[in-house]
Design a protein around this ligand. Structure first.
Ligand code: ADP
Ligand code: ASP
Ligand code: MG
Length: 859
């Protein structure tokens, strides 16, 4: 039995240079060991545009040199591949180009190029490209059988279809019929055919619409019964916005068919909108891959979308038309909409978005046959004018927020809508399937709006396993601010230390000090700062921060003991445990720590401890924030805190046992970059202050002050935080505001140094192995956290290797950095993993009995 087929589609830029054909040959040969390979190719980049230009010129009786330019591009590619463009083997390529020239000449002479003729002219681009491609592949040692796709794909026109639709945007049903491919392919392991083209039932050439090669490939994959379809293009996948317009757009690693189709039809032109239907119907996964970077993983489209609501991307489609009809006759008139839509069907003009009010119907039109100056549109307007006042806005752009259950994300989306301030929005529409929220705006407003909306929706977005690196990062942009980091100055010292071949955590105390001072100076509204020592309990760090006037926040009795031992009796300690044994409270109190309780349990379990004591209570504000679900500590499902609206009951229980409330405490989560988070919390606590009793002395707003981790994230705006807290502090004389920063003070002060143990290529993926992994730094595995990684030995050599940085632990999640650009390392080079001063060593383990990296402090 013949092996199964796999289908690879290569787009215009993927077939336009000899270097790309080398990749095609390599990928085809690799798969041909186990499968039969069908390559589906577009015309060389720009060809279809040029042929279209030539058709328009011919219709208008103008001369055009477009075909010569197309022929020249083919000859140049042949020469680059070491072939003589006049060689007999290239006769089929020349014949297709000559045919285009001949047909165009006829069109020019008559001044007419009906759709049927235009289809034959445009089809010659794909025919010539594949004729050339077969010869190039042969010269690279891959014998590929050339197939005419018109033998394989047959359209199914509907009786009312216009000629435009019948010949230039045909519909081809997806059928599984492997025998139709097996026969012409014979025993070839690799076959090569055209995208974009099909045949009508009458045997004429027709096209699938601009960009339709993706759809050809999907139809051929279904026909062949292929296991997967790979779309190879010039970007490494679907992104959260067009990466060429928005460099901070992030790669979407996985997505369901419906959502991907929504993205494609709303402007993500990397996929032709019709290509996912056949794949979804046959449950065939689609992979998007990057021809210039075959080592990158790309996007995988499969399965149905997950159920929880999420915003996935921002798209834009330009050059559309908004058409509105206003009339009082619409009100209460049954059948008005039927009359409105009838002429659209008659003129073959399809409608996209719809909005209606009592007196106006508005619709957008994506493509109008013959354009807004053409006859069908003029006839449509004449018919609509019989119904009411007609208004046309052209060109218009449709900007869409695409995702799942968008109506449930409105809270998240709302702040981003400030992007529309002072920009006229002509229509808003929410798709019935709830996969998009779309805005019709003036055409040139489209791109800046996408940029702005994307910034607002994605820049502060935490880690999301569905999303990969940004486009700029995948292209190898330098690590952010590397030049300013302390470890650049101290590189020689670090390399000396790592010279023993062991992994090391290294802390720079000057950076800790600088952070501590910067925070205090920026936030005079905060009366006292407590360092949340769980981030990094190293004794030198505690001493440095205590010397800067910081108190220490402890969450276990062991932390209280360590802080007391390091800092002596003068240090201010706050004990804020969660679900700890009752005995810990007594021991912490004996060591002079202030106590925080998060429920009434102590009143029953240790009334003796409470008698006559001032206590703080930790409240759950009812909402949380932070970079990952696992670090959000507020909200109903969180184990932390007592519900804020039940403060009265908690107070009576505690006072009943003889205690007084001296502080109110709340904490939202970690890695928060939104400066409004703490003022909002402060307002809540301030509103409860009167209900806490006369002994109240302070309000603690917790920690969670975030640092930009991913490139492109904005920093926390300390001025805005001060501005938000200042009026609250002023309104509460005699009550101190407290903050408990942890990672903000120490993350950047620490690095993890790890020696390279191996550089290994497995198929096309490059793994760089280092001497320690999740046993030293678990954050990437646990939260998908992103840490900068630099080859310190080679610094500042530019990054030239795209790799996965992995540790030695027996766990597939032991990855320190996915999809990273590094200056190519050799065994023994030292990689630096940045931002590792917080929750690095503190969360380390001896998993696999591998000791974690040891700590060194630089004074
Ligand atoms: P091909 O010639 O390979 O078919 P296309 O030019 O049709 O390639 O599609 C690839 C282009 O799609 C990219 O270069 C990119 O600019 C554009 N694009 C638009 N939106 C997106 C998106 N959301 N994700 C990825 N690419 C997009
Ligand atoms: N060559 C055709 C176009 O440019 C089809 C394609 O590339 O998908 O529209
Ligand atoms: Mg395309």
């Amino acid at each position: 039995m013949n092996p199964a087929w796999v289908v690879l589609k290569f787009g215009g830029t993927s077939v336009a240079s000899f270097e790309r054909w080398r990749t095609i040959a390599r990928e085809a040969a690799a798969r041909a060991r186990e499968r039969r390979v069908l390559l589906v190719c577009s015309a060389l980049a720009g060809t279809t545009d040029r042929l279209q230009e030539a058709v328009t010129a011919a219709r208008e009786g103008r001369e055009s040199d477009a075909v010569e330019r197309v022929a020249r591009a083919h000859a140049e590619l042949a020469s680059a591949a070491g072939l003589d463009p006049a060689a007999p083997a290239l006769a089929p390529m020349r014949a297709h180009l000559d045919e285009a020239a001949r047909l165009l000449r006829g069109a020019w002479l008559t001044g007419e190029a009906p759709p049927r003729l235009a289809a034959r002219i445009l089809a010659s681009g794909e025919l010539a490209a594949t004729a050339l491609g077969a010869v190039v592949l042969a010269s690279l040692g891959v014998g590929a059988r050339w197939l005419d796709v018109r033998e394989l794909l047959v359209s199914a026109p509907r009786p009312l279809d216009s000629d435009e639709r019948r010949y230039l945007a045909a519909t081809v049903p997806a059928v599984r019929a492997p025998e139709r491919l097996d026969a012409p392919a014979g025993d070839a392991a690799v076959a090569l055919t055209q995208g974009f083209i099909a045949r009508t039932p009458a045997g004429e050439t027709c096209l699938l619409g601009r960009g339709g090669s993706d759809t050809s490939a999907a139809l051929l994959a279904v026909l062949a019964g292929a296991e997967t379809l790979e779309i190879w293009t010039d970007v490494p996948g679907l992104f959260t916005a067009d990466p060429r317009e928005v460099p901070s757009a992030r790669l979407i690693r996985r997505i369901g068919y419906r959502e991907a189709r929504e993205l494609a039809s709303l402007g993500a032109k990397v996929l032709h909108p019709a290509c996912l239907e056949p794949a979804a119907l046959h449950g065939m996964p689609v992979a998007i891959r990057c021809t210039p970077h075959p080592e990158m993983d790309g996007t995988r489209i499969e399965g149905e979308q997950e159920a929880h609501p999420a915003v996935t991307a921002v798209t834009c489609r330009r050059g559309g038309t908004l058409l509105s009809v206003s009339t009082v006759a619409m009100w209460d008139t049954p059948g008005f909409l039927a009359r409105f839509f009838a002429p659209f069907e008659e003129e073959g003009i399809s409608v996209d978005l719809i909005g209606t009010s009592e007196a106006t119907v508005s619709v957008t039109l994506d493509a109008v046959p013959d354009g807004v100056e053409g006859r069908p549109f003029k006839r449509l307007l004449a018919r609509l004018e019989e119904l009411g006042d007609v208004q046309v806005i052209h060109p218009a752009a449709v900007v869409s927020i695409v995702g799942r259950r968008i109506r449930a994300t409105l809270g998240e989306v709302a702040p981003a809508l400030t992007a529309f301030q002072e920009r006229p929005v002509h229509l808003i529409s929410n798709s019935a399937e709830d996969l998009n929220l779309s805005f019709v705006v003036d055409d040139d407003e489209g791109p800046p709006l996408v940029q702005r909306l994307h910034d607002l929706l994605f820049s502060a977005r935490g880690d999301d396993p569905r999303l990969g690196p940004t486009w700029e990062r995948l292209r190898g942009a330098p690590e952010p601010d590397a030049g300013a980091a302390w470890w650049v100055r101290r590189r020689a010292e670090l390399l000396r230390l790592a010279g023993d071949g062991q992994p090391h955590y290294v802390y720079d105390l000057a950076t800790v000090r600088e952070r501590a001072r910067r925070l205090r100076a920026a936030l005079p509204a905060v009366g006292r700062f407590y360092y949340s020592m769980k981030a990094n309990p190293h004794r030198a760090v505690l001493e440095t921060l205590a010397a800067e006037g910081y108190g220490i926040e402890c969450v276990s009795i062991q932390e209280v003991e360590a802080a007391r031992a390091a800092l002596g009796s003068a240090a201010r300690l706050l004990f804020t445990p969660n679900f700890c044994a009752v005995g810990e409270y007594g021991r912490a109190a004996a060591l002079g720590a202030e106590l925080t309780v998060d429920g009434p349990h102590l009143a029953e379990e240790a009334p003796g401890l409470l008698r006559g004591r001032g206590l703080a209570v930790r409240l759950d504000p009812g909402w949380g924030a932070g970079h990952h679900a696992k670090v959000r500590t507020g909200g109903p499902s969180s184990k932390f805190g007592h519900p804020a609206d039940e403060l009265d009951a908690l107070r009576s229980a505690l006072e009943g046992a003889g205690a007084r409330i001296t502080g109110l405490h709340a904490h939202l989560g970690s890695g928060i970059l939104d400066a409004d988070a703490w003022p909002a919390l402060a307002r809540l606590l301030a509103s409860l202050a009167a209900r806490a009793g006369d002994a109240l002395q302070w309000l603690d707003l917790g920690g969670g002050l975030g640092l930009p981790e991913r490139p492109g994230q904005p920093a926390l705006d300390l001025d805005a935080l001060q501005a938000g807290l200042e009026p609250i502090a002023r309104a509460l004389p005699g009550i101190e505001l407290r903050l408990e920063p942890g990672r903000y003070l120490v993350a950047e002060a620490g690095v993890l140094l790890a020696p390279v143990t191996q550089v290994r290529r497995k198929r096309r993926t490059v793994f760089v192995g280092v001497g320690t992994g999740m046993n030293s730094l678990i954050r990437p595995a646990l939260y998908g956290a992103w840490h900068p990684i630099v080859n310190l030995t080679r610094h500042p050599a530019p990054p030239d290797l795209f790799a996965q940085v992995v540790g030695p632990i027996c766990e597939s999640g032991d990855v320190l950095g996915r999809d990273r650009w590094l200056a190519s390392p050799a065994r023994g080079d030292v990689l630096l993993i940045g931002n590792a001063g917080a929750y690095g060593h503190a969360m380390a383990s001896h998993y696999n009995l591998r000791p974690p990296a040891e700590e060194t402090v630089l004074a």
